[in-house]
Design a protein around this ligand. Structure first.
Ligand SMILES: [Zn+2]
Length: 302
């Protein structure tokens, strides 16, 4: 175990505030995630990514895209399998404002397992790495993908890495490197269900308003809780890219058309975050990319 004040968790400096025990392996993963983020270089959402360079500009298998039911190949696809998604994660969890999103590196479970997904058209077994969000503002919707030309208030991404690769950096260099689950949130004025796990995350957002700040989440949380009660038997799946620089074309996307209703007062906490320029961190979504005749598959429960 490693004691470090959460105020400077990422800066690796000495600190005398609020010491919290964070396992060394988890701390290493958080530092690596930060290093990967910094390797991407400076970027912002001023032009919704249209000014990003390299693969972001030249790639032909980019994300997000319009997901259109009528244009999809509706074929028999094995169900998506969730492994250890119902197991409590080791705590504390650390949530960070990295200037582009609220990001949470996912530790192993209390039993020492790493939650993973396989099945569907996934080319392997993919272990969960991190969770983050894309959002709009009080006036705009902020999902990245559009479903039947409709965008939603928030899109949550649960990022997984193929177990055949050792690091995220290595995985991004291969087309079968990553698998990301996309979940749409709709802001509602009345809470329809409890969303206990999501509330644990969103309740910490007021503590990470400033760029580079961190907060911890304790208590029982599973990755499965983040999915709320959405139907996971129906989904779009296609080959695409990271939606942030360097836009590596390494992602098997799974996007669920079932939408999670979530209170507007919780989603509003995202709109209050600030970026590294002290500007409101809003509209952190990339514009829709050309599908370029890629196959988009749709799984139905029937
Ligand atoms: Zn994302």
């Amino acid at each position: 175990m490693f004691s470090i004040g959460y105020c400077c968790l990422l800066a690796l400096c000495g600190c005398t505030l609020a010491y919290i025990e964070i396992p060394e392996a988890y701390l290493t993963a958080i530092r690596q995630d930060r290093a990967d983020e910094q390797a991407a270089g400076e970027y912002n959402y001023d032009e919704q990514g249209d000014d990003w360079t390299g693969t972001c500009q030249s790639g032909e298998n980019q994300s997000p895209i319009d997901l259109i039911y009528e244009d999809s190949k509706i074929v028999a696809i094995p169900r998506l399998r969730f492994n250890y998604y119902d197991q409590a994660l080791q705590t504390p969890l650390v949530i960070t404002n990295n200037g582009h999103t609220a990001n949470m590196v996912i530790p192993q479970t209390r039993g020492g397992q790493r939650p993973s997904i396989n099945g569907s058209l996934l080319p392997g077994n993919f272990e969960v790495q991190s969770v983050h969000f894309h959002w709009g503002s009080r006036e705009t919707k902020g999902s990245e993908h559009a479903i039947n030309f409709q965008r939603y208030d928030v899109e949550m991404h649960i990022v997984h890495k193929n177990t055949i690769y050792d690091t995220m950096g290595e995985a991004t260099m291969h087309p079968d490197g990553l698998a990301v689950l996309g979940v749409m949130f709709r802001a509602v004025d009345r809470q329809t269900s409890q969303h206990y796990g999501l509330n644990k995350i969103f309740n910490q957002l007021p503590r990470i308003v400033q760029y580079g700040s961190n907060a911890t989440i304790t208590g029982r949380l599973t990755v499965g809780q983040l999915l709320g009660n959405i139907v996971t038997g129906e989904f779009f799946t296609y080959n695409g890219s990271l939606t942030t620089p360097d836009c590596a074309e390494a992602v098997t996307w799974t996007v669920f058309p079932d939408v999670l209703d979530y209170p507007r007062r919780q989603i509003a906490k995202l709109w209050n975050l600030r970026d590294s320029r002290q500007k409101p961190l809003i509209d952190n979504y990339r514009s829709i990319q050309d599908t370029n005749n890629r196959d988009v598959y749709y799984r139905t429960i029937q």
